[in-house]
Design a protein around this ligand. Structure first.
Ligand code: HEC
Length: 170
């Protein structure tokens, strides 16, 4: 009878000891004597996906670095100025640029009393800069003007460039 108690104590003791065992990945608790089905290369629920292989191109296309104005000047405006997109171009300009540059592009937007006055982009050297240059300024910002890389899509930047051209023509 005494031996039976000793045996129970040993079995219980071993179970308690094993319940504290940890797996290689740090999980505590249940002790599995075989883990080969669990530890396998397949992806677990909630696990983040694999990193893409080096050189992978996103489905939305590759975003090119524009390193300097010479490179910007080589960009071709793929969206021509036309009466159909003129209204959209004007609205995009007013939403994103007008607050500083003014609706007419003269640098007299509503925030200018408390912010550095931007240049008049309808005169001076601006009629002579390329569309690519204006696109680059919108995309990457210049001086203290912020970049609109995240906020304005590529085709919308070209539409805004078109609207600056029409302001310069006025
Ligand atoms: C927060 C105010 C602000 C907004 C919004 C803003 N700009 Fe500017 N922009 C400036 C300031 C200030 C400068 C002068 C930057 C400098 O020289 O440091 C400038 C400069 C420029 C220039 C002249 C670049 C050169 O070669 O000197 C162009 C072109 C221009 N902005 C276009 C735009 C367009 C297009 C938008 C809208 C997508 C826009 N800006 C939105 C403040 C703004």
């Amino acid at each position: 009878m005494k031996n039976i108690y000793s045996l129970i104590i040993i079995v219980l003791g071993t179970m308690i000891f094993l319940s504290g065992c940890r797996h290689d990945d740090g999980r505590a608790g249940d002790y599995y004597y075989r883990t080969d089905m669990h530890d396998q290369p397949s992806y677990k629920p909630q696990q983040s996906p694999r990193d893409p292989v080096e050189g992978t191109v996103p489905v939305t296309g590759y975003v090119m670095e524009i390193e300097d104005s010479a490179m910007a000047n080589r960009l071709q405006n793929p969206i021509g100025q036309n009466p159909e997109n003129a209204e959209l171009s004007r609205r995009l300009y007013n939403i994103h640029c007008g607050v500083c540059h003014g609706a007419g592009g003269k640098g007299d937007g509503t925030v200018t009393p408390v912010f550095q006055t931007p240049p008049d982009i309808t005169t001076g050297r601006f009629p002579d800069v390329t569309d690519g240059y204006l696109y680059w300024v919108i995309r990457d910002g210049i001086g203290i003007m912020p970049s609109y890389y995240e906020h304005i899509k590529s085709d919308e930047r070209w539409l805004i460039v078109n609207h600056i051209r029409s302001l310069q023509g006025e």
